[in-house]
Design a protein around this ligand. Structure first.
Ligand SMILES: [Zn+2]
Length: 561
């Protein structure tokens, strides 16, 4: 009897290990796993193998069933599917990191100080800066006089924070021949403007009196094109380093995927190289700009997937931005009575691109800020709805919508893609641009959600910060990081924490046709998830947060220690 007992004790661990059975790569347990599935279920543990979710369940259920190579005790922390930024610009942000950083400048003097400091360090042959915002110093557009004095013999190009306007020095204006080109080209002329010497915020010349007036250096929307044509890019090696810096920042916030809103062809190639050498691990849903090369690419490849890069959409610029009065409005601007803004892409060109998308099975994603642009695009998309009801064509921003037009989002099956921090950043001046009545249809994320049933949520970085927790705060509390305004901006458009997180996870996946692989923590999907430092709560004050561990396809790609 004694011997039998001894034998049993000896073989017990063996029996236990046999019972444990299934080998997996990773088990994370002692967690609060927000699955974001249809039932919004919450579990304690998850088993992962070959980058895939094998099972999610109760603590003992998973620990008893699986034998993992590695265990992570999540210490009761919250786990979510990795966040997707459904509208961001990795390439622009990377370039911003290599340019003079003008974000947050409170005066022209501060801009000049930063430029001089940058130039003494880098000694560039062509100075590029990004991020100024005239609303930080009283809404008066800058002029280039002092810039000309400081830099008479070298081109200087300073982009506004939204990328829809730039300030050029005279050297660059001459070198690019922008004035003559603008004067001669009707298309540039219709989709942009040049600010001239008699400019005041109430006196923008949308058409050309510049034969007699001196340009101040500010060029808006299509008027920037002749300058952009000669703008040099940063060396590829520098760009790659900057892209990885952007990636690190995103992973630290738990952002594991970006819908990259506008790629040139060589940028697609650059991303592919970085995916091949395994340095770029973010899931990239790339929207192509409708250039000749990209159109040829779409025709040749159709829907394109290479590891973590997916291409099946075009990004079109319908109009400009509200801050620089390039948004196309049905009625005139409240602070510029002879100005409606403009379409930056002609109607006929939009229709051509829509046809191309329809033919190649691509999604059309159009930047639309003004109520007129939104109406025009909803009309174009309506046609697609009759051909493919589940087309998921998107309107990016959907910022100012005529209340009469909201129903068209439902009727034409149009996916709204919105950026809640735009509402809280624009609160100081939006009313002066469009007046109080039109605010009824502005930044109306809850109304848009009610129409389509989903919204995709992003930040539009680098126009806004990459931090997704600022987005949640802006969407739920309708306040900026300083907690303003106290009751929230246009508070009837608040959405819930859960709705906002869905917008950054499962709905973002739907907006990219990726709902079978991404967006929720469910059996069979990619093991892409994040462990957060603290719970996400609906607090009236902004709660700082970050990811302690970011996992993409089962691999730990970021960890705080
Ligand atoms: Zn954007």
């Amino acid at each position: 009897m004694k011997n039998i007992l001894l034998l049993f004790i000896c073989i017990l661990p063996f029996i236990q290990s046999c019972m444990k059975g299934e080998k997996v790569d990773l088990v994370i347990h002692n967690a609060k796993i927000h699955t974001m599935n249809d039932g919004s279920e919450i579990f304690e543990a998850i088993a992962i193998k070959n980058g895939e979710i094998i099972e999610v369940g109760a603590e003992r259920q998973i620990l008893n069933k699986y034998d993992a190579e590695k265990y992570i005790d999540a210490e009761s922390k919250d786990i979510y599917p990795g966040f997707t930024d459904a509208h961001g610009h990795i390439m622009s942000y990377a370039r911003q990191k290599l340019s003079v950083n003008l974000v947050g400048c409170k005066s022209y003097d501060e801009m000049l100080v930063r430029i001089e400091k940058y130039q003494s360090k880098y000694n560039r042959k062509f100075i590029i800066g990004r991020g100024w915002d005239q609303s930080k110093w009283g809404d008066e557009m800058p002029t280039n006089e002092r810039l000309n004095k400081l830099f008479p013999n070298i081109p200087v190009c300073l982009f506004r924070i939204d990328g829809h306007a730039l300030l050029a020095n005279d050297y660059l204006i001459k070198k690019s021949d922008v004035i003559n080109k603008f004067r001669e080209d009707a298309e540039l002329n219709q989709g942009g403007y040049v600010i001239t010497s008699v400019y005041t915020p109430l006196d923008i010349h949308s058409h050309l009196p510049i034969t007699t007036l001196t340009p101040t250096g500010v060029f808006v929307d299509n008027a920037m094109n002749p300058i952009l044509d000669i703008l040099p890019d940063f060396p590829e090696a520098e760009l790659k380093v900057a892209i990885l810096e952007v990636q690190d920042e995103l992973l630290g916030y738990g952002v594991t995927g970006v819908h990259e809103a506008g790629l040139k062809h060589f940028e697609v190639e650059l991303i592919e190289e970085m995916i091949e050498d395994r340095s770029l691990v973010l899931d990239i849903y790339g929207m192509l700009l409708p250039t000749e090369k990209n159109i040829a690419f779409a025709k040749e490849n159709g829907i394109y997937q290479k590891e973590n890069l997916t291409i099946r959409s075009f990004k079109v610029y319908g109009d400009g931005a509200l801050g620089s009065r390039g948004a196309f409005l049905k009625n005139v601007y409240s602070d510029k009575h002879d100005h409606h803004g403009y379409l930056t892409t002609s109607l006929s060109r939009m229709k051509e691109i829509a046809k191309l998308c329809e033919k190649s099975g691509y999604q059309m994603n159009t930047h639309a800020i003004g109520d007129s642009t939104n109406r025009v695009m909803l009309g174009i998309y309506q046609r697609m709805f009759s051909v493919v009801p589940d087309h998921r064509w998107r309107i990016e921003h959907a910022q100012i919508v005529d209340p009469l037009d909201f129903k068209l989002f439902a009727e034409a099956g149009v996916f709204p893609s919105v950026q809640p921090t735009h509402a809280t950043s624009d609160q100081a001046w939006a009313e002066s641009r469009i007046g109080v009545d039109r605010l009824e249809g502005a930044y109306a994320y809850n109304t848009l959600l009610e129409q389509f049933g989903m919204i995709a949520i992003g930040t539009d970085f680098p126009v806004e910060y990459t931090d997704p927790f600022l987005t949640i705060y802006a969407a739920v509390q309708r306040k900026n990081s300083k907690g303003e305004p106290g009751l929230g901006y246009l508070p009837s458009e608040k959405i819930t924490v859960e709705q906002c997180i869905k917008g950054m996870t499962i709905w973002a996946a739907f907006a990219a046709f990726q709902e079978d692989e991404l967006g929720s923590i469910e059996k069979g999907k990619n093991a892409t998830l994040i462990i957060l430092e603290r719970p996400i709560i609906n607090s009236s004050e902004f709660q700082y947060n970050y990811s302690t561990t970011t996992i993409i396809n089962g691999e730990i790609v970021y960890s705080e220690d």
